[in-house]
Design a binder for this molecule. Sequence first.
Ligand code: FES
Length: 157
Amino acid sequence: MIMGEIREETEKTAYDPKIAAFLCNWCSYAGADLAGVGRIQYPPTIRTIRVPCSGRINPLYILKAMANGADGVLVSGCHPGDCHYISGNYVARRKFALIKSLLTHVGLEEDRVSFSWVSAAEGGRFAEVVKGVTERVSALGPNKGIFKVDDGGAADE
Ligand code: FES
């Protein structure tokens, strides 16, 4: 009985969510780099995927990340007006609003997906964003709402 409770508590505290972080090359990725160079601490929960622009993120990438084991997804791009491709981050914001409602529709908690603006000069802000995302996803627990269906690779073609 007591050992079971201890095990349960240990498992609870040992849960570190896996978060796929799609970062724009020009701003947020550089912000993450700056956080690293500045040795600013943040939870080691993100797996970084560098993209040319947040506007290039296909909503399917988010669903595929969740289907392949991510507990949460972070999409981060340049601040409004700073996108290197003029309006990519506005496009991303629109797609993001749609993906949130789609997630709710398929039974996933919308807090599993976050969107942020982080510039190349904001290492501290990047760390705060990761902390916030980690807290929200940790509170939800492991992603059990969407899982990979083995289709023999047909979906990748
Ligand atoms: Fe960074 Fe478009 S180049 S969001």
